[in-house]
Design a protein around this ligand. Structure first.
Ligand code: B1M
Length: 218
């Protein structure tokens, strides 16, 4: 039985690369049982696996089936680790968030991780899933008087809809701030489309969200 996380990390990465859902879940459960921080397992074990998957896809060594099975393995591990992260949350919500992956885009691993960390850090998060139409973001944000509208995009094509989302939130007269993110998204793009916030990883997304909500409350 491995007695430290560094022995499990390469196995987690390999489980994702192999698209081995059972093994990915088993290692996640083992990490929790051994008292390792769930976010550590994600960031140092599973994330490098899915990133390497992306690199192999770009190199033409992996194809769509490998992409899908790697994602399924990653999601199996996240299904075990996310609740452990959320359990760390306590107390009053510091803000309400409507979160989703933008229309046309079905990548949801990063989006879900952002949602998990936001809720573990005191936000009340309404996760709309993936391929979310602009109108749905606005409708839900209006309904719950959201402080933040958070849109993830993983394709250079779907990222363009984040501009439409910013416009729609403004035109609806919502007070909500808009944060964008996802692999192809940059601070420059966020500035160009007039988004209020950008983060290139889930941990940074929490800090940006806190800043936006505090700023709004002031
Ligand atoms: Co797709 N895919 N994929 N894919 N896929 C990418 C994104 C790609 C970069 C692969 C590549 O070419 N290297 C490429 C996009 C190229 C481009 O446009 N730039 C690509 C492509 C082309 C496609 C398809 C078109 C393939 C095809 O069908 N021909 C297709 C598109 C489907 C669609 O969306 N319409 C497709 C499909 C898929 C799968 C469904 C098989 C699967 C997703 C499974 C799922 O999500 N349920 C998949 C996967 C797994 C990938 C890669 C390998 C990994 C993405 C991932 O989950 N990364 C990806 C390669 C890559 O990104 N290097 C690739 C891990 C995740 C934690 O990172 O999402 O970046 P990320 O999230 C980070 C940060 O971005 C940030 O925090 C997160 C955690 O640190 N963050 C935010 C994310 N959202 C945020 C929001 C915020 C703030 C921060 O505020 C709101």
């Amino acid at each position: 039985m491995p007695n430290n996380l560094s022995e499990l990390l390469p196995q987690m990465q390999q489980a994702v690369l192999d698209g081995d859902e059972q093994e990915a879940a088993r290692l996640a459960q083992l990490a929790l049982e051994q008292g390792f921080a769930p976010l550590d397992a994600i960031n140092r074990g599973y994330l490098p696996g899915i990133r390497e998957t992306g690199r192999l896809w770009e190199e033409g060594e992996y194809f769509l089936p490998e992409l899908v099975t790697a994602a399924v393995a990653m999601k199996a591990a996240m299904a075990i680790l996310n609740p452990a992260i959320e359990r760390e949350q306590d107390g009053q919500a510091i803000g309400t968030v409507v979160l989703g992956t933008i229309q046309g885009d079905i990548h949801d691993i990063g989006k879900t991780l952002v949602g998990t960390l936001l809720s573990a850090n005191g936000f009340s998060v309404l996760d709309l899933g993936c391929d979310v139409p602009i109108e749905r973001f606005v409708q839900e944000a209006t309904q719950i008087k959201a402080d933040l509208v958070c849109a993830s995009a993983l394709l250079t094509t779907t990222m363009l809809s984040q501009r439409d989302l910013v416009l729609a939130v403004r035109e609806a007269g919502l007070k909500a701030k808009v944060m964008v993110g996802g692999a192809p998204v940059t601070q420059k793009w966020a500035d160009e489309i007039g988004a209020d916030g950008f983060a290139d990883n889930a941990v940074a997304a929490v800090e940006v969200a806190k800043g936006l909500v505090v700023h709004r409350a002031a």
